[in-house]
Design a protein around this ligand. Structure first.
Ligand SMILES: NC(=O)c1ccc[n+]([C@@H]2O[C@H](COP(=O)([O-])OP(=O)(O)OC[C@H]3O[C@@H](n4cnc5c(N)ncnc54)[C@H](O)[C@@H]3O)[C@@H](O)[C@H]2O)c1
Length: 477
């Protein structure tokens, strides 16, 4: 759907009107385009005491080919960057005016083990935040508090959440801010996730905390994905088969396109009544269309049969519906159909595909939840119940699927411009659109790119996570 306010205030006349009336001016977000460089510009890196992740960071920076510079509070980075032969200099000394911009700020806080050491983060962001360019990126790296040896360390690491989320709210101008907790021993699993959070692919993902696991999941990455099955960063899903439910339109159609662009063969499922739209989505992707009502009791077994002995590597549970009414006015069928399509059908399909071995080992399950499932929403008891249940499924199934190297995660979209949100009454729609750090709704592609990252072979250490794609919405924050 069209956001006419965003378009207006980004026109020459509208920008003048917004300036003179003091109106908010949402930024036109820079999104990934295959014909533009994904990474460019300078990255400023800072670090707290005894950072553990600088080697891993240096490795990724070198691979993606951006220039790294030391900001005034980034002293620890300088010797390390020099050792890695990265182009480095002091941001202020390299002829950059105070107005010069960096594309990203990365801060390695993994060694901070006491709240007093948070001063280093204060110093870095105090000096550097204003240098981040429009649609820039902030990534803070820490270690999962629950893996810390002492309460003081746990406290300091947990404090990073408040810092990172506040930076997202202060930075504005389409800048995102996210926190990656990297477990000890999980450093080699960082790359796919760091690339995503530094890329325009994460344009509408801000204020999120993602855990990268060590231990068993990490062994899976090394054994199955990174070493045994190397992948091409440009076509990481080449040779993979991906099922997407609700693929005929909206977010599902965007997911199908994003996974196909990464090289996957996409099998799209949708209602028999929308077969033409499903065909229209999948034909240009050379995908396969399957017509099923996923809520029909026989659907899971039929889907497993239709997927035959080739199996699938990626399963995206996207199909969903709303039937909004306050609970006193909600009909029995509105309650049951929403729970059944949005939640119970996912359970039944997973059970069937896992039991039959149709979902291969080292596979990926990605479920579409909603910020309504986190915050609740007036008139959406059925929907919010179903979407909170999706979160429960992800959290409860992740430990069981580890043995097979299968990850399961959820995305929780906020306000995304689709036919579903076009049905919302105007005033509520406008509020939903603006109540986030980006002051605008997201696009289906924002959800799709987040799912493509979770489906990536390099994301084997990310499981049991709920990632909001909501522009850091105030709802459920
Ligand atoms: N649009 C948003 O702002 C938003 C926000 C949060 C979550 N979501 C979730 O994202 C997902 C996609 O939403 P959307 O906005 O693209 O919706 P949409 O209504 O545009 O598309 C949903 C698709 O699912 C299909 N579908 C519905 N019931 C089905 C069934 N029983 N069997 C097979 N297919 C079925 C529909 O035919 C349709 O093609 C949903 O799960 C929704 O709850 C959307």
């Amino acid at each position: 759907m069209n956001d006419s306010y965003l378009n207006f205030v980004n026109s020459p006349l509208g920008a003048r009107v917004a300036r003179s009336l003091g109106l908010p001016k949402p930024e036109v977000l820079r999104r990934y385009r295959a014909d533009r460089p994904e990474f460019d510009g300078m990255v400023a890196i800072g670090a707290g005491r005894e950072p553990r992740l600088l080697d891993a960071l240096a490795d990724v920076i070198a691979k993606i080919g951006v220039t790294s510079v030391a900001h005034s509070s980034a002293g620890l980075w300088v010797p390390l960057a020099s050792r890695h032969n990265l182009l480095t200099g002091r941001f202020e000394a390299a002829g950059h005016s105070p107005q010069a911009r960096v594309a990203a700020l990365l801060f390695d806080a993994s060694g901070i083990d006491d709240i007093t050491q948070l001063d280093t983060a204060y110093g870095f962001f105090h000096d550097a935040l204003r240098s981040v360019g429009t649609c820039g990126r902030i990534v803070v790296l820490g270690r999962p508090p629950e893996t810390c040896a002492t309460p003081r360390q746990w406290t300091a690491q947990r404090a990073l959440e408040g810092l990172t989320r506040s930076l997202g709210k202060e930075a504005r101008r389409g800048i995102t801010s996210n926190l990656l907790y990297v477990a000890p021993g999980a450093e080699s699993g960082l790359e796919a996730t760091l690339r995503f959070f530094m890329s325009p692919r994460s344009a509408y993902v801000s204020g999120q905390v993602v855990r990268i696991e060590g231990g068993a999941a990490q062994a899976t990455v090394d054994a199955a994905d990174t070493v045994a099955v190397p992948f091409d960063w440009k076509q990481p899903l080449a040779g993979k088969r991906a099922v997407v439910t609700g693929a005929a339109r909206g977010i599902g159609a965007a997911i199908a396109a994003a996974l196909a662009a990464e090289g996957a063969h996409v099998i799209g499922i949708d209602m028999p009544a929308v077969r033409d739209a499903l065909d229209a989505t999948l034909r240009p992707l050379s995908g396969t269309a399957l017509s099923f009502d996923i809520a029909a009791p026989e659907a899971p077994a039929q889907i497993a049969t239709a997927l035959d002995e080739n199996g699938v590597d990626i399963l995206v549970h996207n199909a969903g519906i709303t039937k909004d009414k306050t609970i006193a006015k909600m009909s029995d069928s509105a309650w049951h159909s929403v729970i059944d399509i949005n939640l119970a059908a996912q359970e039944r399909i997973d059970d069937a595909l896992l039991a039959a071995g149709t979902l291969r080992d080292h596979g990926r399950i990605v479920c579409v939840s909603s910020i309504s499932g986190i915050a609740g929403n007036l008139g959406q008891t059925n929907y919010a119940t179903s979407k909170a249940g999706v979160i429960g499924r992800v959290q409860s199934m992740a430990p069981h699927l580890r043995a097979r190297g299968i990850t399961i995660n959820a995305v929780a979209p906020g306000f995304i411009e689709t036919q579903m949100t076009a049905k919302i009454p105007l005033a509520i729609r406008e509020a939903g659109r603006r109540m986030n750090s980006m002051s605008q709704g997201g696009q289906p592609v924002d959800v799709a790119q987040t799912i493509a990252w979770l489906a990536h072979p390099g994301s084997a250490s990310v499981t049991g996570q709920i990632v909001r794609v909501c522009g850091q919405s105030l709802i459920g924050a």
